[in-house]
Design a protein around this ligand. Structure first.
Ligand SMILES: NC(=O)c1ccc[n+]([C@@H]2O[C@H](COP(=O)([O-])OP(=O)(O)OC[C@H]3O[C@@H](n4cnc5c(N)ncnc54)[C@H](O)[C@@H]3O)[C@@H](O)[C@H]2O)c1
Length: 323
């Protein structure tokens, strides 16, 4: 927890900062530019030319959106931001898992997060770089910010992929599908099938209404496709960025508009499902102050066990880190 709260800088509620302007950072800024949420977005990257080039390119869309300033900057620009998104870090190469990125990206975070902490930042820190759950916990530790203000995009993207897949399978609007992926944003993620529904109708009933009776095969196939979708995209185009960009936009919208929507963001567990002291994704009420309250959705025995295994996998990586 921070002991610097008295010196916190007043935030500008219309200002965002993106740290890391690669595929994910620039696609997210492009989505944010169109959202109308901000009047100022600052781009920071170790490669200053890259930040400047992206700021110039994205700014040229402003006449088709709303007036705002998008520019390359430095850490002195972060103090009064309402939200800082961190996408800086290496991405997965074909064959690499998200957890393979941990050492490279922890080293990068050690150069970024203390720069933010020094400036008495008073807003929300949103981590997107992978492995996102671990890096969110690293950012909580290195920043000293209150943990509810340091959150990760977690399984917001995975849950969107699941909703999309179920929407296609059932031929219904994916926005009417309510289903979460919980745990690690990665290979140990867990589909919370037992709480999945379509506008209140239990999933298996909806499947039968739409002519699908092979529940076990279908759910296994959908879960595997969702889990492997990043690998499949990376094999074809070397990176994933549009889905996460829309996820970043949605998380920012929920925070900036204090929507108190329920999103499966990465945040610290305090004993829920027997998990303590590990950041992972579970549905939570998110608003202007970050994570406001955990929503312990119903999990069956198998799902709860898998969630515990996911937490243990993350914990064993965290225990090996020197922070
Ligand atoms: N959370 C998710 O759902 C999700 C989805 C897709 C990708 N990602 C992750 O996002 C991260 C970025 O992916 P990408 O495809 O944009 O990679 P990228 O290589 O295109 O971009 C990374 C950027 O970070 C910059 N950078 C590196 N070190 C820096 C530092 N110390 N300070 C500032 N900038 C620095 C690089 O110059 C580069 O521009 C990866 O870790 C990737 O795995 C997360």
């Amino acid at each position: 927890m921070s002991n610097k709260t008295s010196a916190v800088v007043k935030t500008n509620p219309r200002k965002a900062v993106m740290i890391g302007c690669g595929f994910v950072g620039s696609a997210s800024v492009f989505a944010l530019m169109q959202s109308g949420l901000f009047s100022e977005i600052v781009l920071i990257d170790a490669d200053k030319d890259k930040a400047e080039g992206e700021a110039m390119d994205i700014s040229h869309g402003i006449p088709f959106a709303r007036p705002m300033k998008i520019y390359a900057g430095g850490y002195d620009d972060v103090a009064d931001a309402a939200i800082i998104v961190v996408s800086a870090g290496a991405g997965q190469k074909p064959g690499e898992t998200r957890l393979d990125l941990v050492n490279k990206n922890v080293a990068i975070f050690k150069s970024i997060i203390p720069e933010i902490a020094k400036r008495n930042f008073g807003g929300i820190l949103l981590i997107v770089a992978n492995p996102v759950d671990i890096l969110t916990q690293v950012a909580q530790k290195l920043s000293g910010l209150p943990e509810e203000r340091v959150i990760g995009s977690g399984t917001v993207l995975d849950s969107a992929r699941l909703k999309y897949a179920l929407g296609e399978h059932l031929e219904v609007d994916s926005r009417s599908v309510h289903a979460f992926i919980v745990g690690e944003h990665g290979d140990s993620e867990v589909v919370a099938w037992s709480s999945a529904n379509v506008s209140g109708v239990e999933l298996h009933k909806m499947c039968e209404m739409r002519g699908h009776y092979k529940h076990k095969e279908n759910t296994e196939e959908i879960a595997a496709n969702v889990k492997n979708s990043a690998y499949e995209i990376i094999n074809r185009k070397h990176a994933t960025y549009y889905g996460i960009a829309m996820s970043v936009r949605r998380i920012c919208e929920v925070i900036m508009r204090d929507e108190k929507s329920i999103l499966p963001v990465s945040h610290m567990m305090h004993g829920q499902y027997g998990i303590d002291g590990v950041v992972l994704s579970m549905p939570a009420i998110v608003g202007a102050n970050g994570v406001e309250s955990d929503i312990p959705i119903e999990l069956n025995g198998e799902e709860a066990l898998k969630l515990k295994e996911s937490a243990d996998a993350l914990k064993s990586i965290l225990d090996g880190l020197e922070l």
